[in-house]
Design a protein around this ligand. Structure first.
Ligand SMILES: Nc1ncnc2c1ncn2[C@@H]1O[C@H](COP(=O)(O)OP(=O)(O)OP(=O)(O)O)[C@@H](O)[C@H]1O
Ligand SMILES: [Mg+2]
Length: 286
């Protein structure tokens, strides 16, 4: 397997873009050293029109670990996840207050380009959503629009590396030019993870990435998440307590738009501080 030259790839992203990338990237180098805070949210509130969906959420998310967001349906997990790569910007009636810093830089600063931010903070959705393109082009699309690969063989290398990291290369290497939508659901989800990885992100957000998958495909994606955390900061929304226990080191419990408790996953699942967390993890509501 060939290795993607990530230094070169991130260098090209920086050349192509303004100083916001420089600020983010500089702090990223510092964050790679340990489990220090990667994402710091302070007093984040979200409104859909008049209706408030999140209330003053403040949380530190550590670098290169997996944090699980848990809580009953409608409590605001997806809403908060979407704040972290400014996907809520795409919803007209949605407004966000408060600050979110990644590597110390406020991602809501007007100087930050949301398109560039979303390359650094990738997202994987509940339903696998490959583009209606070939497997190869699903991966090549992002690097192409961000100008990451300087020629065809560099692109081939990015495609191979991304698919290998997502544990999919051996299954698809002989059918790279067939449609991504022709893969099984589990393979499509790993293709979407490979697509997120291809643009060399720091953070990967996953919103119930296994809820449409069977147990075997789920196990593969969970194994993959466990491998990826060596390199990426991962935030996963899940309704499965078992999944949160298997894949995450930290967990955050949301209830009615408020962040109730954040702790080591093991501690939260064995000895939670708040009665509402206790009620949720023991299945009393949700
Ligand atoms: N696009 C939207 N427009 C209006 N209201 C929305 C929108 N998206 C979410 N909401 C509202 O915001 C609140 C939080 O929703 P959100 O989808 O974040 O919850 P969730 O915790 O992800 O739930 P689930 O577990 O069911 O996915 C809910 O009351 C929901 O109705
Ligand atoms: Mg949701």
């Amino acid at each position: 397997m060939t290795t993607l030259d990530t230094t070169e790839a991130s260098g090209m992203i920086m050349n192509k873009t303004a100083e916001d990338a420089g600020t983010l990237a500089k702090a990223a180098t510092a964050a790679r050293a340990g489990h220090e805070t990667k994402i710091a949210a302070t007093n984040v509130s979200v409104f859909y029109g008049e209706k408030q969906a999140l209330f003053d959420v403040s949380i530190d998310i550590p670098a290169r670990q997996v944090m699980a967001f848990i809580g009953p349906s409608g409590c605001g997990k997806s809403t908060f996840l979407r704040c972290i790569n400014r996907m809520n910007d795409t919803i007209d009636i949605c407004s966000v207050t408060g600050t979110i810093e990644i590597d110390g830089a406020n991602i809501y600063d007007p100087k930050i380009d949301p398109v560039l931010l979303r390359a650094r903070v990738g997202m994987v959705f509940q339903k696998p959503n490959p583009f209606p393109k070939s497997i190869y082009d699903n991966i090549a699309y992002g690097p192409r629009i961000h100008g990451v690969a300087k020629n065809g063989s560099a692109m081939d290398q990015i495609v191979e590396t991304s698919l290998s990291r997502a544990g999919l290369w051996n299954e698809v290497k002989d059918r790279l030019h067939e449609p991504g939508t022709g893969l099984s659901g589990g393979q499509q989800q790993r293709l979407c993870i490979a697509r997120a990885i291809a643009v060399n992100p720091d953070v990967i957000l996953m919103d119930e990435p296994c809820s449409a998958l069977d147990p075997i495909a789920t196990a593969k994606v969970e194994e993959l998440i466990d491998e990826l955390r060596a390199q990426y900061t991962i935030v996963i929304v899940t309704h499965s307590m078992q999944q949160a226990a298997r894949v995450s080191q930290k967990a955050a419990f949301f209830h009615l738009g408020k962040l109730i408790e954040v702790d080591e996953t093991e501690k939260m699942f064995t000895n939670p501080t708040d009665q509402r967390t206790q009620d949720y993890i023991t299945g009393r509501f949700g």
